[in-house]
Design a protein around this ligand. Structure first.
Ligand code: HEM
Ligand code: SF4
Length: 562
């Protein structure tokens, strides 16, 4: 994992002191709230429904145990004893006091963590695949290049005041697990004729106007990644709209110009800086890559006891089936600790759980862990012979719900319980669906399905790319939910289709159950929900959920008749 050098350390400690000064000037009235706003935002501090919210970056999802223990300490000392993992590798604290934030950031700086550029109209945290460096289907480890991009984006003076926020995701595997098609820039690492490079995608995004990104360069040799990103950002910084926040993202610019004209502008800009000082050298790559060498794997894992445990313990076998992921090294797997316990807020983790995860990572996974955009925690390097012990410890802490990839592992934003922008609550909807599908046999029989919930059209819960997506909407000041079907992430990522008029909160578990029943009645053997959906289309689902329910013109006619 990357270790800070003297420059990194100086950068974040000076930043803490600068922010401490800004907070005290705001407290004394020297800075107005309007003046303070951009300053606090660039340090991850929002002011939300009940309290301020502090967002801390976990660059490309990697953390060590000292960092996680420090987050546990912050949760206990300055918050209500828990934190929330977001869908972009950040940890959010929902209850800090503004005046405590400089101290919190000071504690975090001690373990090489910060909240810089986690909000505001700047380059945000770089995200990637949670299995980076260990995934069996990996072509190229994205972490060194993600770290190089992190360093380049941090405090980049030219891009501190973009028209709007800017998100970059990078993926180096056959299966895209980083939602790269729906980022401002999505980067796919690949090999071509023995050379390593990127497919560069621009203009994707979710939010109010969900758009799948478009390819601006099918192959860019890796040495040029910084200059090419710089060219893209310059075009955006210059031509992106600043008059309307809803139309300010790069996706709108790409749509307005058309991808060909946009690409032309980028290529022209790039021609000015190509081969300039920001061109990467092998020596620089090697310097950073040296931080990401493989740990001292045990090359002779004895997995015989593991085979017996699987055979004799159905609950353990189920957990292994759902919550472990293939590893590059024989005898090892990556373990996903589920933060999707039924009844809890998806992505929430208590301080005690953080400490336990840190202990497990120290004992079984070389002292490191990952967080995923699905809001879970990953121990990336666990020996099969240790899995039973890890499972038992995780189970005792409520971290072993065997539901990864299943219906109840819901991605969910904080919604109306915490967020000022929400139209509707999302956590209670997730909990009601989890309660309805609490039977594990049934859940396993339904199989792989992603259900994603957002409390408003900003789409923090990725509802557009859920196989089933749920969006909170406001109808005459009442909370309703719109359902989409068939969305997906991965290399064939696409947006879900709206099924029809929205539903009341109490209807939602029934609606999901009806959707599932249509799938179960129609599926061919071994067919996943998405495959059945693609084969039979949306109509059978639509007919079932609105059966006996007047809507649209029929409802108007009924009202008029009454
Ligand atoms: C509670 C404070 C939050 C606020 C005020 C907030 C605000 C927003 C806004 C305004 C957008 C739309 C921006 C645009 O399209 O220009 C957005 C998008 C997004 N947010 Fe949040 N959000 C919050 C929390 C979260 C949380 C907790 C998560 C993860 C669980 C999250 C992840 C995302 C993602 C993934 C997107 C969409 C990606 C994109 O197209 O940029 N946000 N957020
Ligand atoms: S989707 Fe809306 S309600 Fe949910 S966190 Fe984002 S802004 Fe808030």
């Amino acid at each position: 994992m990357y270790k800070y050098d003297a420059i990194d350390r100086q950068l974040i400690t000076e930043r803490v002191e600068q922010f401490r000064d800004q907070v005290s000037r705001w407290q004394s009235g020297e800075l107005t709230s309007d003046e303070f706003r951009p300053l606090r935002l660039q340090n991850g501090l929002y002011v939300q429904r009940h309290a301020p919210m502090l967002r801390i970056a976990v660059p490309y999802g990697m953390m060590n145990t000292a960092q996680l223990r420090k987050l546990a300490f912050v949760a206990r000392t300055y918050d209500k004893g828990y934190g929330h993992f977001s869908t972009r590798h950040n940890m959010q604290f929902n209850w800090p006091k503004i005046e405590d934030c400089p101290d919190i950031l000071g504690h975090l700086a001690d373990v090489e963590m910060h909240a810089i550029q986690t909000s505001g109209n700047c380059l945000r945290n770089i995200t990637t695949d949670q299995f980076a460096g260990v995934a069996a289907d990996e072509v190229i480890d994205p972490r060194p290049l993600a770290e190089i991009l992190r360093q380049w984006t941090t405090f980049h003076p030219e891009f501190a005041f973009l028209p709007r926020k800017f998100k970059i995701a990078i993926s180096g595997t056959k299966e895209d697990r980083a939602v790269t098609w729906f980022h401002d820039i999505g980067l796919h690492l690949q090999q071509q004729d023995g050379e390593t490079g990127f497919r560069v995608i621009v203009g994707g995004g979710l939010g109010r106007t969900p758009i799948r990104g478009q390819i601006v360069r099918p192959f860019l040799p890796w040495q040029h990644i910084l200059t090419y990103c710089e060219a893209i950002l310059r075009v955006y910084n210059r031509f992106g709209r600043r008059d309307n926040a809803y139309k300010a993202r790069i996706k709108i610019l790409v749509q307005a110009l058309g991808v060909d004209a946009f690409t032309q502008l980028v290529e022209t800009e790039w021609a000015q800086i190509k081969d300039g000082p920001a061109t990467l050298t092998q020596a620089e790559y090697d310097r950073i890559a040296a931080h990401f060498t493989a740990p001292a794997y045990d090359r002779q894992v004895d997995a015989s006891a593991f085979a017996n445990q699987i055979e004799n313990d159905k609950a353990f076998a189920r957990w292994v089936e759902r919550n472990t992921h293939p590893h590059q090294v024989a005898g090892y797997v990556a373990v996903t600790l589920s933060l999707k316990q039924h009844g809890a807020a998806p992505g929430d983790i208590s301080a005690d759980q953080m400490d336990l995860v840190a202990d497990l990572a120290d004992q079984y996974s070389f002292g490191e862990l990952r967080v995923s955009h699905e809001q879970n925690v990953i121990l990336a390097d666990v020996r099969k012979s240790d899995l039973h012990a890890v499972w038992q410890a995780a189970k005792g802490a409520g971290l072993a719900t065997p539901n990864i990839g299943l219906l109840t592992a819901i991605i969910c934003c904080p919604g109306g319980d915490f967020c000022d922008l929400a139209n509707a609550k999302s956590i209670p909807i997730a909990n009601a669906i989890q309660a309805r599908f609490d039977n594990l046999d049934y859940l396993f029989d339904i199989g792989e399905i992603d259900l994603n919930i957002s409390g408003c059209m900003n789409a923090c819960g990725h509802h557009h790319v859920g196989h089933i997506g749920v969006l909170g909407v406001d109808k005459n000041e009442a909370e309703f939910y719109q359902v989409t079907l068939g969305g997906r992430q991965g290399y064939d990522a696409r947006l879900g289709k709206v099924i029809g008029p929205s539903f009341a909160a109490e209807e939602m578990p029934d609606v999901v159950e009806k959707i599932i029943s249509v799938y179960l009645e129609n599926r061919h053997p071994d067919e996943r929900f998405l495959d059945t959906f693609d084969r039979i289309g949306i109509d059978p689902f639509k007919n079932r959920v609105y059966e006996g329910r007047a809507h649209g013109k029929a409802k108007t006619a009924q009202k008029e008749a009454a």
